[in-house]
Design a protein around this ligand. Structure first.
Ligand code: ADP
Ligand code: MG
Length: 244
């Protein structure tokens, strides 16, 4: 069985600055993998390269066994197979919550509005925000907006969910509701690759933890291995900053 998502030897530089230096990673269906690492270590770039928001300089990305890093693939169609949620929710302020959730389905997948709305309402219900469907995003709290962003990411029935520090921009009291939603998605069997600074959450929810340092994976293992018995000095130093 080949992995659902497999990255082999990814290299990426911005100008002459190397950011990913040979990253290889594989996720099977239903895997929940946390990427941890200092700011600037390349977490966001890795996630953005995987769903073709950034071109890679070298390496290969396979989704369902198919090479999506081949320049001949239709990047928009590939991107619709991923759901991505960023630190800042990036909702469209002039659209209702429901229209934010359904936009990609209607435009990219050409789902008729009635069907897209029904699906969108079901997703909003799932994230506990059905009653906000007709509101504009600015009427919602940061935690609610991030739950809308997650509903939006789920709207195209993605095969892999990429979560990039989805709680980092939230006030502390709003972090819990978003993490709880991610936990539910993980329990329901979603395939998730998440960059996070929420170490307790990663330890609790992730099946596997990857420590990225200077664009290289220097350690990878179960949460118990990485958090409890890191082999690498750099991992231990990084984690010490969170438990101090
Ligand atoms: P992380 O998410 O781990 O904080 P990033 O992937 O955002 O790390 O960034 C890794 C490095 O790449 C940083 O040095 C950052 O400044 C640089 N970088 C990221 N995006 C760009 C870009 N679009 N142009 C130039 N440099 C970038
Ligand atoms: Mg980042």
């Amino acid at each position: 069985m080949s992995a659902l998502l497999q990255a082999d030897g990814l290299y990426k530089a911005f100008g002459d600055k190397p950011v990913l230096q040979g990253v290889s990673l594989a996720l099977d269906a239903h895997d929940v993998v946390a990427v941890i690492g200092a700011s600037g270590s390349g977490k966001s770039t890795l996630l953005r390269c995987l769903n073709l928001l950034e071109p890679i300089d070298d390496g290969q990305i396979l989704l369902g066994g198919v090479d999506i890093s081949d320049p001949r693939v239709d990047a928009n169609r590939v991107r619709a197979r991923f759901g991505i949620v960023f630190q800042s929710y990036n909702l469209f302020p002039h659209l209702s919550v429901l229209d934010n959730v359904t936009l990609a389905s209607r435009v990219v997948k050409r789902v008729p509005r009635r069907a897209a709305d029904a699906h969108g309402l079901a997703l909003l219900d799932r994230v506990g925000l059905a009653d906000k469907a007709r509101e504009h995003p600015d009427r919602l709290s940061g935690g609610q907006q991030q739950r809308v962003a997650i509903a939006r990411a789920l709207a195209t029935d993605p095969e892999v969910l990429l979560l990039d520090e989805v709680t980092s921009a939230l006030d502390p009291e709003l972090v819990g509701e978003v993490l709880e939603l991610v936990r539910q998605l993980a329990e329901e069997g979603a395939t998730i690759l998440m960059a996070t600074h929420e170490m307790a959450f990663a330890r609790d929810v992730a099946h596997r933890v990857v420590f990225l340092d200077g664009g290289r994976i220097v350690e990878e293992g179960s949460p118990a291995e990485v958090f409890g018995a890191a082999r690498e000095q750099r991992t231990r130093e990084f984690l010490a900053r969170f438990t101090a």
